[in-house]
Design a protein around this ligand. Sequence first.
Ligand code: ATP
Ligand code: MG
Length: 425
Amino acid sequence: MKLQKPKGTQDILPIEAAKWQYVENLARETFTKYNYGEIRTPMFEHYEVISRSVGDTTDIVTKEMYDFYDKGERHITLRPEGTAPVVRSFVENKLFAPEVQKPVKMYYIGSMFRYERPQAGRLREFHQIGVECFGSNNPALDVETIAMAYQLFNELGIKDVALHLNTLGSPESRAAYRQALIDYLTPIKETLSKDSQRRLEENPLRVLDSKEKEDKQAVENAPSILDYLDESSQAHFDAVRQMLEVLHIPYIIDTNMVRGLDYYNHTIFEFIAKVDTSDLTICAGGRYDGLVEYFGGPQTPGFGFGLGLERLLLILEKQGIDLPVAADMDVYIAVLGEGANLKALELVQSLRTQGFTAERDYLGRKIKAQFKSADSFRAKTVITLGESEVEVGQVTIKNNTTRQEILASFKEIETDFQSLLQRLS
Ligand code: ATP
Ligand code: MG
């Protein structure tokens, strides 16, 4: 048996996890400002929840699902994305009911699973932060959701991130465009990659999304969706553009960006960052006005995005952005001699229950090594506790920066350490 993690997974060790926590906390704070609440759905779902909503012909469903039959012969899959599960939950919990305030705004943070070829920024278990908003087709909602992601990237200090914007229009516009694309691509089918020849039959819009060189060349002169929008689709798109301009959020119209998933209509967008010389999508989303109905709920518009956490952290690292994660410790207790062990336990415990971060020596090391630990934990104060201190009931507390020292009784430490700290600062 191999005692190693499965391919495409990661152990996130404490130093790294501190960065994750920072980003997650900032996301939570930001989303809260926009009145979002958290939703937690299961990590696995019935296969059907994902398969048809995401699209039977998408890469996610055809190649990347972690699906299996459980002991009750149910077809189960680990979730590959967050939107379909949240919509499933929205309908199952009847959040469409009139007594639930609209729009319903929810975010999630968690693991997603896709059987992919692992490479930088591409894993089999990865993490997404995502948001979904139900119950309004106001273009202001498209724009505030995009603005929310934009605010998060700005607060993290990410540079060179570009907003790519497109529309798929109403289902009717999309169908008209689909036909135009088929008419354009069919005569040049032979020049397309094998995958795209298949896509042309199954899902021609996705040829536009292809990363293959020959496909990119073939679609260069393809018709544009913008010429096939009906009046209301055009109005929605114009409103989104105008509102982005009012908020001074720069964007690029990218009519070849169609997104891999089937459930989108109207506005779709990606935030793409430059890493070295290549482009990496960190955040992607759009409007999905038909998905709630598909899951058996009443017609309810929706808008959302998903953001890859690993990819976001990769970009932060590549751009040399240091997150403010190093934390100070309030107290370190240096312990000298076995006779001080019990008192050290009591003191450190009392400090923690008073709300301070505190650590002590457990290993009976030399004093110098213990002071080194205090420094590396960035301890603000150091208490030195030996057997003689235990006898007398008094210790010195040192301000580890100014080196100022005061004498204090155990009783003072155990009842009001805050006052002692004030005397030291
Ligand atoms: P790509 O074209 O890169 O495969 P995608 O279209 O499959 O992306 P989405 O399904 O839109 O991606 O997921 C949203 C975000 O989740 C992506 O922009 C990316 O940041 C992240 N993501 C997707 N797949 C992976 C993966 N296998 N490993 C790490 N992050 C991922
Ligand atoms: Mg993918």
